[in-house]
Structure formats: structure tokens, C-alpha cells
Ligand binder design. Sequence first.
Ligand SMILES: *Cc1c(COP(=O)(O)O)cnc(C)c1O
Length: 382
Amino acid sequence: MNWKVPLADLDIGTDEILAVQKVLESRWLTMGSVTQQFEQEFAKKIGARHAFAVTNGTAALHLACLALGLGPGDEVIVPSLTFVASANAIRYTGATPVFAEIVSPKDLNISPVAVEKRINPRTRAIMVVHYGGYACDMTAIQTIAERHNLKIIEDAAHAVGGELEGTALGCWGEIGCFSFFSNKNMTTGEGGMVVTNDDELADRLRLLRSHGMTTLTWDRHQGRAIDYDVVMLGYNYRLDEIRSAIGLVQLNKLEKNNEQRRKLTRHYHSMLKKTLPQVETPFENYRGKTSAHLLPILLPQAANRRKIIEFLKSRGIQTSIHYPPVHQFSIYQPDTRPNNPALPITEEVGQRELTLPLYPAMTGEDVALVVNTLGEALEAFK
Ligand SMILES: *Cc1c(COP(=O)(O)O)cnc(C)c1O
């Protein structure tokens, strides 16, 4: 498709190309000094003690679950209104995801009240997802976690650059997980980062990322080590120098691009309010500083979403749905039926939600085109 306004667009230019060229010319392509620099600068930017670059955001979530020692018999509370990777990562360890309701159509994040209702003696952790880059109520979630002695994992895949009360999203829980997938606020194509302030968890994350080996190929290349032991069952979730080099350039653009996203979001909200009051806009009020990753709207109850998506597509405008609720997927049915009651707000949002285009290079005219064309679609398919 040749979209007039795509859902998302990259900000990739000469700096990334030159950075990649430099790595290729260095003749060291796997995890080494560029990745170390990427980890250090990322950690500094968000104020985390430790950051480990990994192959993707899903690997980051898997390592977080493993580092916390989750396994069969353990339960982890997670929203259903998320990308399937959040729940899958819990299942990789043998633990069970237990889905909790979101707050409301105005706040699509997991509800602290719903979280508390799902706690039982098997509950070990809460995995929050900062939907669209909008902060969950972390103060309330932390209080609950402390009261019940639970760990917090943050799926901050949408939230890079977001903050709450002066603390970066991803730094509120025991472990924070980021994704640098192609459509995220900063990208390396495929890639991710797992962060923690806890030294012991950091040691486990470091080992788990690379086969549980006590030294790395890089250390041996540097002449720092000759042999190694394998002390736990680890994985190969390493990131390479090529993508770390892209990540370093992208990290420098993050602040400026997130500011642009916030500006466009304000523009969307004021235009939608004025011209399409029948459309609901979640997160008009939000906590802290958002990374404005997504622009979700809720269509009127009676609107035909499929036809509206097709209409927008015929005009060159790409939209998406975030998300089809995870508990309704086939492979989650047997898991969720016995112990999970219905999630009516999640299910309603799953049916009415439409994600509009949002990327830093969008113009005010693009926003107007999207909103006006959406208006035509709503008129045509009432
Ligand atoms: C993108 C995403 C992930 C997974 O990240 P990958 O890098 O694609 O593996 C996990 N959770 C959420 C909410 C995401 O949007």
C-alpha cells in the first residue's frame, strides 16, 4: 500500500546510515563496545542503575520473568488490553497470566482496584503496561505490591521517554522492559532493553541474556578472559553492534520526537472535540509526562468499525486496533475460562477502539485530513 498518511513512520536519516557504516568498518558486529555505550546512555537517560540491550521487547519481558524466578504454579496479574507478548512472556516460564480489567474508557490502563481483586496466595507479580505511553497509576500499584509482597514488571514498550512524578516509566517496578520494534518511539528494527535498579537482578539478567555464561566472546576478544563457566540456563537474547549504533542515534532524537508527538496529540484532541464530539478520546487527562506513542479513539457504540477502517484505507489513511483483548484469543481460552470472570470494559474498548496515525513528521494538515475523513466515514456508516 502507498499510504497518504501511514499509521506510523520512521525518523531514520544520514546519521543512522553513517553509524551503521562505522560499525561495519570496525569489523566487530556482535555485542561489544557500541552496545555497551548504548546501554550506558540509555540507563543514564532514564535514570536506571543497569540496562541490558536485548534482541526485542518480548525477550526483555521473558528475561524479567525469569530473573524474578517465576515458574509453574505462580500467577502474574496483567491487563488483557495489551499486545499478546506481555502475557506470552509470563507463559514462557510456566507461570499463569491472570487478566485484570482496565480503569475506564477514559483511562485504558490496568485498574489498581481490579488488580487487588485478582490477588490470591499464588500471585507473585504484577505486570503493568503503560498503554500508548500513558502512565499507569504506579503509586496505587506500588502500595498494593508492597502490601501483598508482589514484584512489579513494567512493560514500557510504548513508554520510552515517559515519566511520572520525576521517575521514568520503566523505573518504577523491579524491572522495566522496552521495545525498539520498527513502529515504536525509537527503533533499531528489532531490539529491546531491560532495566533495573537492583544489583542482584542485574547479575541474573546479564547471565540469562547470554547462555548463563560467566564471560562473553567480547571479553575474550579483548583478551580479558580465557575461559568461562555456565551457571544457569540462559538464552541468546543479545543485541548486535549494528542495531545498537542505530539505537544510539535514535536515543538522541527521542526527546524532540516525543515532544512532537505530544503536540500532535493535543492538536488531534482539540480538533476531535470541536468537530466530532461523538468520538471519545481516552487519556485527555493523564498522569505525568506521556511518550504519546499511540492516538487511540473510541468510536460511537453503533458505528461499523470495519467499514470505517475500509473507508479510511480507500482515502490512503492507515489505522489500527490496540488491542483485540488477549483473553479472547484462542490460545488463551482454556487458560482464562476457569479462573477469570468477564472483562466488560476491556471487551467494549476492544470493539470500539481505533488507533489514528501518529508520528513525529506528521503535519497539522495531516491531522486535519485524518479527522475530516473520519468525519465523512462516520457520516457514511452511522
Ligand atoms: C511491541 C510490544 C511488545 C513486544 O516488543 P517486541 O520488540 O516486538 O518483541 C510488548 N508489549 C507491548 C505492549 C508492545 O507494544
